[in-house]
Ligand binder design. Sequence first.
Ligand SMILES: NC(=O)c1ccc[n+]([C@@H]2O[C@H](COP(=O)([O-])OP(=O)(O)OC[C@H]3O[C@@H](n4cnc5c(N)ncnc54)[C@H](OP(=O)(O)O)[C@@H]3O)[C@@H](O)[C@H]2O)c1
Length: 305
Amino acid sequence: MTSDVIITGANGQLGWELERRTKIKNRTAQAFDRAKLNITDADSIKRIIDTTAPKVVINAAAYTAVDKAETEPAAAFAVNRDGPSNLAETCSTNDIPLIHVSTDYVFDGTKTGPYNEDDAVAALGVYGASKLAGEEAIRGRHANHVILRTAWVYGVHGQNFVKTILKLAEKQSALRVVQDQIGCPTFAGDLADAILKIADHFLTDTLPADGLGTFHCTGRGQTSWCDFARKVFELAAPTLGDTPTVDGISSADYPTPAQRPANSVLVCGKLTRIYGITLRPWQEALAEMLENTLYRDSRTEKETR
Ligand SMILES: NC(=O)c1ccc[n+]([C@@H]2O[C@H](COP(=O)([O-])OP(=O)(O)OC[C@H]3O[C@@H](n4cnc5c(N)ncnc54)[C@H](OP(=O)(O)O)[C@@H]3O)[C@@H](O)[C@H]2O)c1
């Protein structure tokens, strides 16, 4: 069956939101989970592009286990470098635009102030390095692309920081959360909306001048993990009742296999200037995500009682 848009990584936070939104808006789109389309398999990409003949390809598939990547570099590079490279190759052969998602972790976090698209990259860990290699593979193979670097993604579907701390809150009355890393929380649904707006420009042949290339796309504003956690509990308190206290700690007090950038705040003005796209303040989007998550959870609980 042919489709205007195909989406990879359908079972991920972003892929799920993309698929949901394309259904709501009645776009002819098909979303493929890893079992149906493994992006490390170049032949299966070719087969699916031949049968679906899409006008746009959106890559939401990725290896996202930041810490695990330190001990599984081959797996991370296979998905995050070779996967996008395969997609770019086939998209180039068939002249199909490719929208790809990358990460704030391509930066080392040492800059004073937020990062622009053309700031020097220097990933601290394997995950960031593999995503950077994916960006480079696309740039080298297929000019007709948009790469969106995003950050601190959370959504209703899948695993993320917000869900993890809500789970911890069921058992603990106090949490210790890192306060010396700052970034931009991004709701997967808002990111999906931005991606589909860009896809629409390709579909309607209305791509703005300078619409190709690399863009930053995150929720508006910035915070630390610790203040992010505090905001989650502030917003969830009316539903949850008692919520844990959150104490700020330093990264040194919470060692992880992968080092993370202390500052990964991204400037998203280029996306606003060229596409007119600006994501909501992160707190607004978080409130909506929590309403959906907590309401859905409490409803499911009642229904199963
Ligand atoms: N999560 C974040 O905080 C964050 C931050 C910055 C940038 N990003 C980027 O944002 C994008 C979306 O991330 P996300 O949070 O939606 O990630 P996610 O929830 O981990 O979803 C990634 C999806 O990719 C799938 N996948 C893994 N290997 C694959 C392969 N070889 N072929 C096809 N699919 C494969 C996974 O399949 P399974 O479900 O089978 O595992 C998963 O469903 C990614 O490019 C990520 O690097 C994320």
